[in-house]
Design a protein around this ligand. Structure first.
Ligand SMILES: O=c1[nH]cnc2c1ncn2[C@H]1C[C@H](O)[C@@H](COP(=O)(O)OP(=O)(O)O)O1
Length: 158
């Protein structure tokens, strides 16, 4: 996860301009901006998309700036990384354009005895629930880059 500019923990990502980019293109652009070039090279597959949640807006004009409060649809992707891929991203993160601005830094979630304490932090949106929802799948060897969930072996990319 990452520590955000507002002091909350969240997942890397951000707003996608659907007139100009697909969801995956927008996600990879955000990953590049927030975590550096190595994160932008991550290969996404349809089964990495794990759900979406709508946050309705009021429809009213915003007090500041232009446009209306139209709400948000948050899409959540889970992509398993090998340790060396994660380390490469961590090494490059300080070179990311948003490092020190929107993003204060990547954090490894302590999955052992430290998890209950970590969960006492404050999270953006439903990031805490997203984290908890993702944890059970982490033990699944097919929950990664190579195979869709439920397939027998690795190396079954389509
Ligand atoms: O981890 C998250 N889980 C759920 N919702 C999230 C998470 N991180 C951000 N958000 C929400 C909060 C904002 O309404 C939007 C856009 O996020 P933001 O970080 O502001 O995106 P930009 O990089 O500024 O485009 O998503």
């Amino acid at each position: 996860m990452q520590l955000r500019f507002d002091g909350l923990f969240g997942f890397p990502g951000g707003l996608v301009d659907l007139g100009k980019e697909s969801l995956e293109e927008g996600l990879l652009r955000e990953l590049r901006e927030e975590l550096g070039p190595a994160a932008g090279e991550i290969r996404l597959r349809p089964w990495h998309h794990r759900g979406a949640r709508a946050w309705p807006g009021s429809g009213r004009r915003k007090k500041s700036g232009s446009g209306s409060d139209v709400g948000l649809v948050a899409h959540f992707y889970i992509r398993r990384l090998r340790l060396e891929e994660l380390v490469e991203i961590e090494r490059g993160e300080k070179a990311a354009p948003e490092h020190g601005l929107e993003v204060q830094g990547l954090v490894r979630v302590p999955l052992g005895g430290g998890l209950p304490t970590f969960l006492q932090h404050q999270f953006i949106g439903d990031a805490r629930a997203q984290l908890l929802g993702a944890l059970p799948g982490l033990g699944d060897p097919h929950d990664g880059d190579q195979s869709p969930p439920g397939s027998k072996g690795k190396g079954e990319e389509t």
